[in-house]
Structure formats: C-alpha cells, structure tokens
Design a protein around this ligand. Structure first.
Ligand code: NAD
Ligand code: UDP
Length: 315
C-alpha cells in the first residue's frame, strides 16, 4: 500500500509511519509542523519508501499518484497546544478533515480518522461505551478540540453514508511514549521531565481525577487492526487500568527514583478538565481481537529512557 498520514511528523503519526514502513508499505507524511517536529522523522530521511510534504491540510491537499489509505492524524492534541492554537484546531478538525476525506475519495482510498476520548467530554457514564453521546461544553476552553473532533466524526460518517466510502473512526484514549514533546504540557512529559530533573511533580487540583494510560505500541497495533477491518462505527482504543493522577505521580516518582515528591497546583487546572475517563473496550476486543499488552511500569521505563536522552541533548 501507499499510505498517506496527515500529522505524520507528530508523536503518533511518526510511530504509524514506522509501523507501515516496517510492514513493507510506502508512506507519505503531510505536516505543517505546528506541534510536530522533523526530529520525529529524521531517521526516515533517505528511505526511498518515505516522503515528507510540508503542508497545512486545512488547505487543499494535492498529492500525485495512487494512495490506498489516508490516516488523518493532523491536529494539535495536547490541551496546552489546542488552547494556544484554538482556531487552527477547529480548522484542521473541520476543513482538514474535509480535505483529507476529499483526497481519499478522489484516490478511492480507505480513510481512518484519529478521534478522541474527548468526544465524551466530562462523561456522565463510566466507563465510556462508543454509543455514549458525551457531555461536552461547546463554549468551554476544551470546546475547540472536542467539537472539532465531533464535527470530524460526523463528516466521516456522512462521507461513508453518502459516498459509500470505506471509513474508520478510532477514539483514542490517553496515549504516551517516546517522541511526545517534552513541553507539550500533557501529564506524561510534564511528570517525566520533572522527575528526571529531580523536581516535585505538579499535580493539578487534588489529583483525584482519573485517566487510563496506554503505551504507544499498543495503540499502533489497534490502529492497524482497525484499518484492516471492515468496521465503520467508532472504536475506543485505550487501556482499562484506571488510575488517579495522584497515584500516577507516585508511580512516576517510584519508577524514576525521584525523591522530590509532589506539589499541588490547583490554579493550573484547565476548566472542564474531565474528572474521570475510562474506555469500555469490549468493541475493540470483539471486533479487532485487540487488547493492550504493555504494563504501565514497563511503558514508563521506556519513556523515561527516551526523555533522559532528550534532556541530555537539549541541556
Ligand atoms: P502531535 O501534536 O504530536 O501530532 C499532531 C501533528 O499534526 C503534528 O505533527 C502537527 O504539526 C500536525 N498538524 C497539526 N495541524 C496541522 C495542519 N493543519 N496541517 C498539517 N499538519 C498539522 O499529537 P499526537 O498526540 O501525535 O496526536 C495525533 C492525533 O491523535 C491528533 O489528531 C489527536 O487529536 C489524536 N489523539 C491523540 C491522543 C494522544 O493521547 N496522543 C489522544 C486522542 C487523540
Ligand atoms: N495534569 C497534572 N499535572 C500536569 C499536567 C496535567 O496534574 O503537570 C493533569 C490534568 O489536569 C488532567 C490530567 O493530568 O487532569 C491529564 O492531563 P493531560 O493534559 O495529559 O490530558 P487530558 O487527559 O486532560 O486531555
């Protein structure tokens, strides 16, 4: 296959590129580097099966030649990033998804949308099943991201129904691993960066809010299985090991042997920060035969090794 990945120089997009190349496919990565980095794909320079196109996909996407699959991953993803780029986030969710779908349609390619657990907002049912319609505040600070992704999902389903396109929607739950940006503001790089520097970890609020953290390799396996399936309804991909942010901080300190403890920063919590989040993954298990394999402590150890190198290089 020749696979096009929007957001291909980002954290997830670059791991996807590696996976498709390893499986013998060729990859076209399209990215405007707004939150990604060429460092994430520098190891692919010179690979004749890999092309990089510097382009904002909120504008018409022109790519010559055949394309068999379009995976739309372009979007600021961390809360700090999408609060910094609110209009670009709405545009890439709306116009970017439209252009990526239009490209897939013109090429007769399969389409996969990277959606998010944020479509459930601050959820009122727990764990979240795919048929839960969510609890999102459209005018809250997170609305720019949540509503962009909800619109994107609606557009994908419209193309599927109207044009009989082969489409897939993945709702990704918190994913971590090498190539996250140290300063992207998400809890994993924040905590690991602080731990490596021997600083106290900054817990926002009282730390009782929960998340489930999956290692990037598990997600990538789920994405490949979903793309290859014939299932066009949304599928949650995430772990079901639910953990409070306070407990997560304790685990990071333990795994990284950081003696500096924890400091509470209530004022840094973003309004609308979901209090709980946990996927119901029955659909991923039954439809894709997928289950996460990497334990949190193992994934954290690998990620800490990566960030230790990054901090060594930049300091
Ligand atoms: P990231 O910021 O590392 O990657 C996003 C990439 O998209 C970046 O390289 C950025 O430069 C690029 N991009 C943004 N707007 C663009 C535009 N208009 N044109 C071209 N490129 C553009 O973030 P990530 O964590 O790799 O997230 C990738 C995708 O997965 C996003 O769509 C995000 O919403 C989704 N997602 C990620 C997570 C997670 O936990 N990492 C969870 C849910 C959903
Ligand atoms: N958080 C925290 N300290 C940090 C960064 C984040 O306590 O240094 C909290 C944040 O308030 C949220 C959770 O960690 O409750 C996960 O935040 P993240 O930005 O990683 O992603 P989210 O799941 O909120 O989209």
């Amino acid at each position: 296959m020749r696979v096009l990945i929007t957001g291909g120089a980002g954290f997830l997009g670059s791991h996807l590129a590696d996976r498709f190349l390893a499986d013998g496919h060729s990859v076209v990565a399209v990215d405007n580097l707004i939150t990604g980095s060429q460092d994430n794909i520098s190891h692919l320079a010179g690979n004749r099966n890999f092309e990089f196109i510097y382009h904002d996909v909120s504008n018409f996407i022109h790519v010559p030649g055949t394309i068999d699959a379009v995976l739309h991953f372009a979007s600021p993803a961390s809360p700090i990033d999408y609060l910094k780029y609110p209009i670009q986030t709405l545009k890439v969710g709306a116009l970017g998804t439209h252009n990526a779908l239009g490209l897939a349609r013109a090429k007769n390619a399969r389409f996969l949308l990277a959606s998010t657990s944020e479509v459930y907002g601050n959820p009122l049912i727990h764990p979240q099943t795919e048929d839960y319609a969510g609890n999102v505040d459209p005018v809250g600070p997170r609305g720019v991201y949540d509503e962009a992704k909800r619109y994107a999902e609606a557009l994908v389903m419209a193309y599927h129904r109207e044009h009989n396109m082969e489409t897939r929607i993945v709702r990704i739950f918190n994913t971590y691993g090498p190539r996250m940006r140290l300063d992207d503001g998400r809890v994993v790089p924040n905590f690991i960066g602080q731990a490596i520097r021997g600083e106290s970890l900054t817990v926002y609020g009282d730390g009782s809010q929960t998340r489930c953290f999956q290692y990037v390799d598990d997600l990538i396996e789920g994405l490949v299985r979903l793309l290859n399936s014939d299932f066009s309804e949304p599928v949650n991909i995430g772990t079901t090991r639910e953990i409070s942010i306070l407990d997560f901080a304790k685990i990071v300190n333990q795994v990284s042997e950081n003696p500096s403890g924890i400091v509470y920063k209530d004022q840094l919590r973003i309004a609308g920060d979901p209090q709980t989040r946990k996927p119901d993954t029955t659909r991923a298990k039954t439809v894709l035969g997928w289950q996460p394999q990497v334990e949190l402590e193992t994934g954290l150890t690998r990620t800490i090794q990566y960030f230790t190198k990054v901090i060594d290089i930049t300091t």
